[in-house]
Design a binder for this molecule. Structure first.
Ligand code: ADP
Ligand code: MG
Length: 324
């Protein structure tokens, strides 16, 4: 099977919202009047972002999910995406699985594949997503103000827990690993929550590299600091059974590492003024997405971590950084 048959077979479907999809030199998008285009790219590299033997269907899901997560963080509605793919060889079983996972999530969000590029090379998947957001209403990292509440959606740390087990650093009971692995391999982009937070959140971003490191980006962009309740954040790990089944120092530290700096969560971290608490609760309810208040924005720069008793927790939770 050649390049063009492969594209026709696995990556071409009629478009409905875009003006032109796969097949010409450019795709054509038609954003509605009064809308800005939100654009983001995320690349997944074998050995760096996923294991060579990962289920291709899960990989198709994740490649798009991490991109949709960026649109969610901006409060943008998904419109379309392009797919640049380097493949070592044509493996039809792999392509069928990968495209199945990709199309399923694309359909769930009404996001159309409109073009891309296909080449031979080490397995590498780069998706660019396009979304739309009413002019001036995108959620940005720079809007946090002293006194704002800090929230995070969903659960934290389970993806990292699975990664630690898959790397052989820890041992997990089979059912715990299976559930945590779902979070690592099939993250849920919080698109509905992002849309519901437009006009409510003062700043937002998605948590991809680890909560504290990602929050620092909001604080830097906003020129603020923050106080974070580490016990509240650490309690957001779904696999609490694992946390309490073993005891002692190792567990607390591992749970903190996973939740505060785990990476691959794809939850939204956002801020909102305290007088918008009921609006935040309404956004969470409307989008069927739990959110938890984990801290407060401070005027003084820097991150202050406190435990349940209010005592300081030393910050030694480094987030993921490719060239660090
Ligand atoms: P060009 O040579 O003009 O860059 P190509 O010959 O590479 O275009 O691709 C032909 C068409 O197929 C284009 O419309 C391109 O956007 C699309 N395409 C290529 N690879 C993919 C892919 N992996 N997924 C979706 N569309 C693709
Ligand atoms: Mg061309």
């Amino acid at each position: 099977m050649g390049e063009f048959d492969l594209i026709a077979r696995y990556f071409t479907r009629p478009v409905r919202r875009a003006a032109l999809g796969v097949g010409d030199d450019c795709a054509l998008l038609a954003p509605a009047p009064g809308m800005q285009l939100a654009v983001s790219s995320d690349m997944l590299v074998e050995g760096r972002h996923f294991f060579a033997d990962v289920d291709p269907e899960a990989l198709g899901h994740k490649a798009l999910a991490v991109n949709l997560s960026d649109l969610a963080a901006c409060g943008a509605r998904p419109l379309a995406f392009t797919l640049a793919l380097a493949l070592p060889r044509v493996d039809e079983t792999w392509l069928a699985g990968f495209s199945r996972g990709l199309w399923a999530l694309a359909d769930e969000h009404g996001c159309e594949l409109v073009g891309g590029d296909t080449t031979q090379g080490p397995l590498n998947i780069c998706i660019t997503v396009f979304g739309e957001v009413p002019t001036g209403q995108a959620l940005l990292r720079s809007g946090a103000r002293p006194g704002d509440d800090i929230y995070v959606s969903g659960t934290l740390g389970d993806a990292r827990l699975a990664l630690e087990a898959l790397l052989g650093h820890i041992t997990l009971p089979g059912d715990v690993l299976a559930r945590a692995r779902q979070r690592l391999e099939r993250p849920t982009p919080r698109v509905a929550l992002g849309l519901a937070l437009r006009g409510v959140a003062s700043s937002a971003m998605d948590v991809s590299d680890g909560l504290l490191g990602d929050l620092t980006h909001i604080l830097t962009a906003s020129g603020t600091g923050a106080l974070i309740h580490t016990e509240i954040a650490s309690d957001l790990i779904a696999e609490k059974a694992y946390k309490s089944s073993d005891s002692g120092h190792f567990d607390l530290e591992m749970t903190r590492q996973c939740t505060l700096a785990g990476g691959d969560d794809y939850e939204l971290a956002f801020t909102a003024p305290p007088d918008r608490r009921s609006a935040v609760a309404a956004a969470a309810q409307a989008s069927h997405t739990p959110v938890t208040r984990i801290g407060t924005v401070l005027a003084q720069p820097g991150l202050q971590l406190v435990d349940a008793a209010g005592a300081p927790v030393p910050h030694r939770y480094a987030s993921f950084n490719h060239f660090a």
